[in-house]
Ligand binder design. Sequence first.
Ligand code: GLN
Length: 547
Amino acid sequence: MNTKYIIITGGVLSGLGKGVTTASIGLILKSKGFRVSVCKIDPYLNVDPGLMNPYQHGEIWITKDGYEADLDFGHYERFLDIDLTSKHNITTGKIFLSVLEKERKGYYLGQTVQIIPHVTDEIKQHIKSIAKMDNAEILLVEIGGTVGDIEGMPFLEAVRQLRLELGERNVLFIHVTLVPIIKGEQKTKPTQHSVKELRSLGIQPDIIICRCQEKLNEETKRKISLYCNVSKEAVISNHDVEDIYEVPIILEKQGLSKIILEKLGLKERCNTFHKWEEFVERIKRIKDFVEIAIVGKYTKVVDSYISIVEALKHAGYSLNHKVKIKWVSSEDLEKDESAINVLNDVDGILVPGGFGKRGIEGKIKAIRFARENNIPFLGICLGFQLAVVEFARNVLNLEGANSTEFDPNTRHPVVDLMPEQRNIKQLGASMRLGERKILVKKGTLAYEIYKSEVVYGRHRHRYEVNPKYISLLERHGMIFSGISEDNRAEILELKNHRFFVATQYHIEFSSRPLKPEPVFVAFLKECINYRKWRNAVKNKAEILRIA
Ligand code: GLN
């Protein structure tokens, strides 16, 4: 089958939202009836981003097959409603590793192994193998970083060769740039320069998509068209919108799919884009909101919890509510006794995943606050483990109970390293990763939520609830309502609480805009009820006061 490739490059700045742009292009083309897949090239030497600091890199997305991926994978899976794998991420590290392994095996028959052609061949071959694996009619290839970075050169060279090899009807270049506004004027020079840089590498973009705070005006489009050698229709404005789910709408309004399909010699097969338009229209009309506190360590880098925020949004939209997030730093809760009071005004408390000791006690405080004050609570991964620690300390009275991750010598290791993790020699890709089958117990809240005895969830952890403590915890009222096939605690809940649920697996990776994840929906439903109830009580008190 003849795959068409769309290569997306970036210019001027990183962090322009190229991932969302790529995902939006994919969504639009999928709605026109094509089998679309997507892959991401990350020009760094890390083999995968798994060991990278969230401060530097944002969230790690886990694919079904347990690959620790860049957060753009989240945008792709959410917008396109597809499942990707480790194969869909090409890094310099992976390419070099594979070339060097081949060299050691004598594969190159004594040749001098070089960037061109050996590394570039490896890159092209990898891209083509993804298209084949997915049986894709259109494969989007996003190249991370910006044009001109030394790291990106072999990849740009490889895609230049790809176009030469397959022809312009089969390989299309889209360049994403920035149009800054200085003293009220839209400036095109940075775009001109980055396109010039791209052309000096032998790549003439077919379409230029410009990120801008406001809609590009006709004069800006005309200028970019003239100086960058693309038609004016192929200069597309990607201006700021309130919600990222509007991006496909604004791109398509300017005729993006028409230009792409024309250039690739394809014809629209059907058109289901109206479904997305209806979804976005509905979001825009929502007036009510619900406020959730996320108690985390990386609260200053919002990208660290991007999938949780998106999953909350999806669930909220399905209940006709917008979600306001109150970011609460777990370290602040530790330092300042009165800081916990910020949780008095929120409608729900969420403790996300994490690693390392910093801020742990603050998270435990927040969990206790939620449990004792009957505030809806949702814990994910580390949030799940800490709910067990909090319960052990304050309900079972096991003084100093902890996870051995934070106190290796604790007298009560209620959360402990998984046995197979004890002899790990290499840190990368060695956690319990990816999707596992989970058996849900009938008669529990989890069953009520999922309406199924079997669910699947994506994992990324080294520690687990210590099996030795499970029956003790259960005797005191903690219910383990989901257990994995390999017999690990996966879901917990409390009776006699408005909503207290936590999962060892990352429910945020299973949420899609039009298919919200059931646990998030159930959580938000209770948060909304709790908000209404509080407002009613407040109003009643007010009436009594006036009377
Ligand atoms: N640090 C914990 C573990 O490794 C939790 C991991 C997480 O939250 N992703 O088990």
